[in-house]
Design a protein around this ligand. Structure first.
Ligand code: NDP
Length: 278
């Protein structure tokens, strides 16, 4: 299993990071959400993933509060909306994200999904942001193999540092072609919704495997995602208890028999499946 991933030249981070979609939306949950993120940082889960889209910036503001005084322990990722991804728009969106996050640099900045602007324009902006020190690296999200090939054909496009995509037991399509493609390019994959937003957790095979290992279905699900070389997972957890539980997945070793049971219950793709997104 991956316990660490090389995400930028020479920089290695825990293969388990933290997602933040919907965080900051409900004021009653705010204190717990901040505690949850800080618990993860203290456990060494460096990657925190947010986006200007999440709650119209509310997630970034909450993340900013959670990482204040801890910025050096965090590998901070945010994303530009496709509707902002022109050359000028990307740069302006980045400035706004930096302000909300209370930091002067992002570790990685992603194009959230494909929109109407040519990739070349977004790449140009990303490269300028790197030069200006506003971001340390850039990447993409929700891009399938044809889009990745298009990126790599653009000047500077092969400096892309990651592709963030939907991947979990019930969404295995990328195993057919995108994971092998990224593997060849040594491009890390950031697996979003790694526990399918909780929808897989009442599966009986997962419950039984959890009982066998003395762990929870969520931990089995995350351990399964992390078995794949080059893949980093970013579960979102709104309480310190869930963060600690998820962190425990790094210590779960699935056997070949376990893998067979999971394959029977959640079959691998036998052909190309268009990339799904949430
Ligand atoms: P996840 O698969 O991470 O599931 C989150 C849900 O699972 C929450 O309801 C959470 O509840 C629950 N949960 C977390 N830990 C446990 C646990 N140990 N036991 C039981 N339930 C648990 O879904 P997300 O869609 O949030 O994906 C993760 C992150 O990926 C996002 O937050 C976001 O940062 C990113 N993302 C990126 C996308 C993109 O297009 N690039 C699209 C979707 C997500 P609770 O809050 O109560 O802990």
């Amino acid at each position: 299993m991956n316990t660490a991933i090389s995400i930028l030249d020479g920089k290695s981070v825990s293969a388990l990071g933290q997602g933040t979609w919907y965080m900051g939306d409900d004021p009653r949950k705010r204190t717990d959400e901040i505690k949850a993120l800080r618990t993860g940082i203290d456990l060494g889960m460096e990657v925190i993933d947010t986006a200007e889209m999440y709650g119209d910036g509310r997630s970034e503001v909450l993340v900013g509060e959670a990482i204040a005084g801890r910025r050096d322990k965090v590998f901070l990722i945010s994303k530009v909306l496709p509707s902002n991804a022109s050359r000028k728009g990307t740069k302006a969106a980045c400035e706004n994200s930096l302000k909300r996050l209370g930091t002067d640099t992002l570790d990685m900045y992603l194009l959230h999904w494909q929109g109407r602007y040519p990739f070349a324009e977004t790449v140009e902006a990303m490269l300028e942001l790197v030069k200006e020190g506003k971001i340390r690296s850039w990447g993409v999200s929700n891009m399938d193999v044809p889009e990745m090939e298009e990126f790599y054909s653009i000047s500077g496009g092969n400096t892309c540092a990651a592709n963030e995509v939907l991947y979990n037991l019930s969404r295995r399509g990328i195993e057919f072609d995108l994971i092998p493609w990224c593997g060849k390019k040594k491009l890390p994959i950031i697996a979003y919704s790694p526990i399918e937003q909780g929808r897989v957790l009442d599966n009986s095979a997962l419950r039984e495997l959890g009982e066998k290992h003395g762990v929870t279905p969520a931990q089995i699900t995350l351990a399964w995602v992390l078995r794949m070389p080059g893949v980093l997972a970013i579960p979102k957890a709104g309480s310190p208890g869930h963060v600690e539980e998820n962190f425990g997945a790094l210590s779960v070793s699935l056997t070949e028999d376990d893998m067979e049971i999971l394959d029977e219950n959640f079959p691998a793709p036998g052909r190309k499946v268009p990339l799904e997104m949430l």
